[in-house]
Design a protein around this ligand. Structure first.
Ligand code: KG4
Ligand code: ZN
Length: 363
């Protein structure tokens, strides 16, 4: 590769419509020239979760505006773009189809090569974009829809070490917040309430710590909070602010313990490497208690801890453009038969994760 290449990325697999321009220099260093993310929180707030049909329609309406904005902000035009990258799964199928159709249309009209990218690969490769992390590295994806430990060996080589067998951690934060009458999104409000709470007042379970490996479960913990809440309400006809804070602190402490212990176990599977790195991505990575627990576990394992800036930890299109930039060095472009996939596990050697969360299939 003799000159810098320009990648246009599109993302529409959940409730954010996004487009970005990433430049890949001849030496392999990538720079984000623009990253546009348009959320849909207002459209779904009345329904208590993402409504797939509403999401798909909004993506279809907003995608070309996002592309235009991303090109303008990057001071470039479609004729300068070398490749178009699009999330082709996993996710809510209507949204993924909107993105794939938009990208195919652009590619068919201009002849620019097209790359279908796995959304989870986008998250998993972000630490290379932001911090130039070397392979292999350990990745913990924790958001409202995803929860898994991955050993990342290459741009197309992922080993899944474990993941949630039911709710994703962000989903659990949101549901518990609802149970104890704290506002949505639940993560930030539980973290805030927990600051004035006693994490030891209630003995909440640490699910699956008795089981080997890195699989996690958060649904039983949520039920434990529900039972405790019901017992308090029965006794006192309601929750005081202190009860809310103690429930929040107890729940958060249990999630922290589970993630820390499972991370220790994931380190056992880390192959020999001169520099070991633990990376984290997803909205839950914003939680300070979780971050500092993961940082401590990294120190205990002589590993570097990398948490990309929050706007690149959560859904965005720069990660999709960057993934295609890395992958394009190892594989050919896709053609116009590229299809949208609701499920698309990164590691096909592992049994697939069953069920789907409020934000679509688990993988
Ligand atoms: O990655 P993200 O923005 O969206 C997807 O899930 O795709 O993650 C959102 C999730 C929500 O469930 C939210 O409650 C959670 O991340 N979250 C947090 C915090 N901030 C956001 N969870 C715990 N603590 C936080 N401070
Ligand atoms: Zn995501």
């Amino acid at each position: 590769m003799s000159r810098a290449q320009i990648f246009l990325g599109l993302e529409s697999s959940c409730d954010d419509t996004a487009a970005a321009i990433v430049q890949l220099a001849a030496d392999g260093r990538a720079t984000i020239l623009s990253s546009v993310v348009v959320g849909q929180t207002d459209l779904h707030s009345a329904f208590g979760g993402v409504v797939p049909e509403i999401a798909a329609r909004a993506h279809a309406e907003k995608l070309d505006h996002c592309v235009e904005q991303a090109l303008t902000k990057a001071k470039t035009s479609l004729s300068d773009v070398d490749a178009i990258a699009v999330t082709a799964g996993p996710g809510l199928i209507g949204g993924v189809v909107s993105g794939v159709m938009c990208a195919k249309g652009l590619s068919a009209a201009t002849g620019i090569p097209l790359y279908g990218v796995n959304h989870l690969a986008g998250h998993a490769l972000t630490p290379r974009l932001t911090d130039n992390v070397a392979y292999p590295y350990l990745m913990l994806l924790v958001s409202g829809g995803h929860s898994q430990f991955l050993m990342v060996h290459g741009p197309d080589e992922f080993q899944r070490l474990g993941g949630t067998i039911d709710d994703a951690p962000g989903e659990a934060f949101d549901k518990v917040a609802r149970l104890i009458a704290l506002p949505q999104p639940g993560g930030p409000s539980i973290e805030k309430a927990a600051q004035s709470g006693d994490p030891k007042r209630f003995a909440f379970p640490r699910p699956l710590l008795d089981r080997e490996g890195c699989d996690m479960s958060f649904s039983g913990l949520k039920t434990a909070v529900l039972r405790t809440r019901d017992a308090i309400v029965e006794e006192k006809s309601g929750l005081t602010t202190q009860d809310q804070a103690d429930l929040a602190a107890g729940f958060q402490a249990a999630v922290v313990d589970v993630l820390a212990e499972k991370t220790r176990r994931a380190f056992l599977k880390y192959p020999d490497a001169t520099q070991r790195t633990l990376c984290v991505a997803g909205g839950v990575a914003a939680n300070q208690a979780i971050r500092s627990a993961l940082e401590t576990v990294s120190q205990q394992h002589n590993a570097r801890f990398v948490a990309p800036p929050l706007d690149l930890c959560t859904d965005n299109a720069a990660m999709i453009a960057y993934s295609a930039a890395e992958q394009s060095r190892h594989r050919a472009a896709d053609d116009l038969t590229l299809s949208a996939r609701p499920r698309w596990p990164l590691d096909t050697t592992q049994p697939s994760m069953l069920g789907s969360g409020k934000k679509g299939a688990k993988a």
